[in-house]
Every structure is written in C-alpha cells, then in structure tokens.
Design a protein around this ligand. Structure first.
Ligand code: NDP
Ligand code: 8X3
Length: 253
C-alpha cells in the first residue's frame, strides 16, 4: 500500500463523504466509518478504482463496539496517519427548558464521548510511531452560543477544549491536532437536527449560498498537505453570507 492512511468517521454523508472522495483522488488510503453499511459499501466500491478503501461500521456511542471494530483492522491498515473525527450531529433546536433528554444524550454521547472513544483507540499507535494528524470537526457552535443551541453548542465547546487539550498532550510525540469550525454547511445535518422535516431543514439555507461538504473537504486536504512542519491549529470558516452564528445575510443567495 502506498500513500498515507486516513480514518474518517461519518463517511456516509456530508462533510465526511466529500472528504473521502477528495482524499481518494490524492492518494490517501481510506478507512471509511459510519453506521449505514449500504452507504459505506457503495462509497467503497466507487473509490476502489482510485485508492485502497476499507470500511468499519459502528456506532461511536458504543465504546466496546468502537474498540472491537478498530481491532478487526488487518496489520496493513493499523498504522493510521490521519484521524478525521467528523461523525456528529445536532439533535433538536429547543430552549433549554423544553429540550429532550434523548436529544441531549445523543449529542453528548456522539459528538463528545464518541470522538473520545475513537481517539483512544487510534492515539496509542500514533504515539508509538511519533507521527500522526488528528482533525476534529468542531463548529462555529463551539465558538459562540446561539439561542436554542444550548446542548449542541456545549458539545462543540467540548470538542474545542478537547482539540486544545490533545494538541498540548500530544506535542511531545509530534502529533498534529487541528480543529475545523464551519458555519452553515448544507449536508444532511439539518435533516437530522429536525428529525427528517425537509421543510424546516431547507429554511436553514434559505436566501444564502451555504458551504458544501466539498468546501470543507478542500480545507481538510490543504490542512493535510501544507507541510510536515506546519500545523493549522484552528480554522473557522463561514459561507460569505454569514458573519456569526446569528448574523446571516438572507438576501444573498
Ligand atoms: P451529516 O448528517 O451529513 O453527516 C453526519 C455523519 O456522522 C454521517 O456520516 C453519520 O453516519 C455520522 N454519524 C452520526 N451519528 C453517528 C453515530 N452515532 N455513530 C457513527 N457515526 C455517526 O452532517 P455533516 O456532514 O454536516 O456533519 C459532519 C460534522 O460536521 C459533524 O460533527 C457536525 O457537527 C459538523 N458540522 C456541521 C456543520 C453543518 O452546518 N453541516 C457545521 C459545523 C460543523 P451514519 O448515520 O451512517 O452513522
Ligand atoms: C453546525 C453549524 O450554526 O447550525 O455546527 O450550529 S450551526
């Protein structure tokens, strides 16, 4: 196998899927992860003419499953160079006083604990090899709190803190750690947030030209290829129509 190995969580949709496609064209070998096996298989088939790609299906919330899935990787796939902690979603958009426990658990378990469980399996190999690059998908929601964003924002503030903590703790081992914090990206994100309600979901991007998964993939590729001695620590990216979590020019689409 030639080229680096990248492990992408949440490769079945949106930012993760676009990143997989772009990295495949740039000679990265890919470990594609997600829960939806049919989508993983389809993507693997699509990319296999360009690169080596393997798949792992697990729910990042389930620590024993995360460990068991990563354990099944054959030796040639174990030396993971790049971990892209991308799996995550918002669940609901409610004031704190009426938020659902189920939504809160999902966001904290997936966005925070899931990221930790996956990282725990992959960091020891990077430490042993004294190299590696971890890219965590944060969000503008991890930099600014917006109304009704409460628990999603808290989960992404946690990702921001974990990214900074990882960069400090892994510094002795030459492991790079980056956070990418997008604003509005049109993916399946809002459909998940609004539990499949397409009408509600489409209002999120009304009147603007949002970012696309491909825009974030381009930034990830640049982050991975801008030099062994360079680490882009923290990147916030908006569509041109957006200036903050709450200031969006809806007459620009
Ligand atoms: P999508 O909904 O399109 O993709 C989410 C991905 O996460 C899917 O591949 C899904 O795969 C995976 N995922 C969700 N829950 C789990 C789980 N329990 N176990 C394993 N995988 C899971 O959203 P995006 O591509 O937009 O989101 C990717 C990341 O970017 C997230 O962390 C999100 O918070 C962040 N982000 C998104 C922004 C946006 O506006 N879209 C802006 C800022 C940050 P599957 O369902 O197959 O398991
Ligand atoms: C996704 C961006 O503004 O919907 O993290 O929270 S936002």
């Amino acid at each position: 196998m030639t080229g680096k190995i990248a492990f992408i969580t949440g490769a079945t949709s949106g930012i993760g899927e676009a990143t997989a496609r772009l990295l495949a064209r740039h000679n990265f070998n890919l470990i594609l992860c997600g829960r939806r096996k049919d989508r993983l298989k389809k993507l693997q088939d699509e990319l296999s003419s360009q690169t080596e790609a393997t798949t792992l299906s697990f729910d990042v919330r389930n620590q024993p499953d995360v460990m068991a899935a990563i354990d099944t990787l054959p030796p040639e796939w174990k030396a993971i160079d790049v971990l892209i902690n991308n799996a995550g979603n918002a669940h609901g958009l409610d004031p704190i006083q009426t938020g659902s426990l189920e939504d809160w658990d999902a966001m904290i378990d997936i966005n925070v604990k899931g990221l930790l469980y996956v990282s725990k399996e992959i960091i020891p190999g990077m430490i042993q090899r004294k190299s590696g690059h971890i890219i965590n998908l944060g969000s503008i929601a991890g930099k600014e709190v917006y109304p009704n964003g409460n628990v999603y924002c808290a989960s992404k503030f946690a990702v921001d803190a974990l990214t900074k903590g990882m960069r400090l703790d892994l510094n002795p081992f030459s492991i790079k750690v980056t956070s990418i914090n997008p604003g509005l990206v049109e993916t399946e994100f809002s459909l998940v947030r609004f539990k499949g309600d397409e009408a509600k979901s489409s209002t999120v991007y009304k009147g603007i030209k949002p970012l696309k998964g491909e825009d974030i993939a381009n930034i990830i590729l640049f982050t991975l290829t801008c030099g062994d001695h360079v680490v882009l620590a923290d990147i916030t990216v908006f569509p041109t129509a957006q200036a903050s979590s709450t200031l969006v020019n809806r007459n620009s689409g």
